[in-house]
Design a protein around this ligand. Structure first.
Ligand SMILES: Cc1ncc(COP(=O)(O)O)c(C=O)c1O
Length: 402
């Protein structure tokens, strides 16, 4: 047998991993599984906004040739304006690279930035795109703790204690997946200060920045640290229900010249694949001025608001489950009081829940969280469906009480 490269040794994508495979096997036997594993709104009846549909129809011929390696000029102009509006200073359209999703942007950037043995500070819990790319680049993933007792904000002292002379970058995922947290401005300023003092690059994954609830404000990391090299990641997958389009980008900001070599490296990699998918880029100008279609999901009566409400109300009725209410996106990362149940660990809980109630959730380990029994719920089904699923969880937990 021909063996895969050892660079894949630590790569794990549990969101589509063994539990998911088991769910597929069950479905092949005719069992109906409620799959709460991926943040994929289009799978749950969320509709493409009209603004996006029209832009695609109107401009389709423009996407016929390969486009600019960095991305279509009209789209990069609008992205640049968007991020200037979010407070990124001094950026130009050439600081923007449009990619096939934040996923491709992250892969490109990490391949350019991370050398063998370079340490990248990543949050725990972490969306595994970032840890996996660190492993693939032969870097070292160093996890800093986010604290459920402090609304899942990063523990700044933990970050400080983990900086070494091999540390190259700090990643912040804000708003966060899997916790749904929106970080406080003070914490972000403190993280920026750590980067400033240790000559580190800030990586800021802000793909959920338009999905903020409860009238809260999201602070863009690069805006808080104009004197620190920062790369901000964003995209339309969730805010405009186009996960399948693969539409994301990265923006370089900070002191002039500091990131030029990294940008040149990204240009080399971007050139290798000629250009990003041009069809998806056609919709960026229309989408970024259409905040209304996103906003209506987030207020009372809107799907994301009501789905969160239904989930939390049902969880409140279960003894032994705790959670921090998400402030953004559609993720919740609840914990179980281990002393009350007979589960060995989070994976044991998730596998039994799948087998006994036919509901798939991803255990904490899938997000590099091993401290206690936690799992991520994706609150994308309609409210009634989530109420029922949480009711099933209540029944299931009753059976496993010690
Ligand atoms: C935090 C975070 N970053 C990046 C991505 C990937 O987004 P894209 O669809 O743009 O590749 C996701 C997808 O769930 C995510 O949750």
């Amino acid at each position: 047998m021909i063996m895969r490269s050892d660079r894949l040794a630590h790569v794990h994508s549990d969101i589509r991993g063994p539990l998911y495979q088991e769910a597929l096997r069950m479905e092949s036997e005719g069992i109906n599984v409620l799959k709460l594993n991926t943040g994929n709104p289009g799978r749950f009846g969320f509709k493409l906004p009209n603004s996006v549909r029209q832009a695609l129809a109107l401009h389709i011929d423009e996407a016929v040739p390969y486009c600019d390696v960095r991305g279509m000029e009209a789209a990069r102009n609008v992205i640049c304006t968007y991020h200037i509006g979010r407070g990124l200073l001094g950026i130009m359209p050439n600081d923007v690279f449009i990619c096939n999703g934040v996923s491709e942007a992250a892969s490109m950037l990490m391949n350019v930035l991370v050398g063998t043995g370079d340490e990248i500070l990543l949050p725990s819990p972490c969306y595994s795109l970032w840890s996996n790319n660190t492993y693939l680049c032969s870097g070292k993933a160093v996890f800093y703790r986010c604290d459920p007792a402090n609304e899942w904000n990063p523990d700044v002292d933990d970050i400080k204690s983990k900086v070494t002379d091999r540390t190259k970058a700090i990643l912040v995922i804000n708003p966060n997946n899997p916790t749904g947290a929106v970080y406080s401005k003070n914490i972000l300023l403190e993280i920026a200060d750590i980067a400033r003092k240790n000559h580190l690059v800030l990586l800021s994954d802000e793909i959920y920045d338009r999905l903020i609830m409860d009238g809260l404000r999201h602070e863009s990391m690069g805006a808080l640290a104009p004197d620190v090299p920062c790369i901000t990641f964003n995209g339309l997958s969730k805010s405009h229900i186009v996960c399948g389009f693969r539409c994301g980008w990265m923006v370089f900001s900070g002191p002039k010249g500091e990131l030029d070599d990294i940008k040149d490296g990204v240009m080399q990699l971007a050139s290798m694949r000629l250009c990003g998918n041009a069809l998806t880029q056609l919709v960026i100008p229309a989408a970024l001025v259409d905040s209304a279609s996103t906003q209506e999901m987030l207020v009372p009566g809107g799907r994301l608001f009501e789905q969160r409400k239904a989930t939390l109300e049902a969880l409140d009725r279960i003894d032994g489950v705790s959670y921090v209410k998400n402030k953004a996106a559609f993720y919740l990362f609840p914990g179980l009081d281990k002393s009350k149940f007979d589960f060995q660990d989070a994976r044991d809980f998730a596998m039994k829940f799948l087998h006994e109630q036919h509901i798939l959730v991803i255990p904490g380990g899938g997000f590099d969280w091993h401290e206690d029994i936690r799992f991520r719920i994706v609150m994308l089904p309609e409210p009634e469906s989530l109420t029922k699923a949480m009711g099933d969880m209540a029944y299931f937990l009753k059976q496993h009480r010690v």
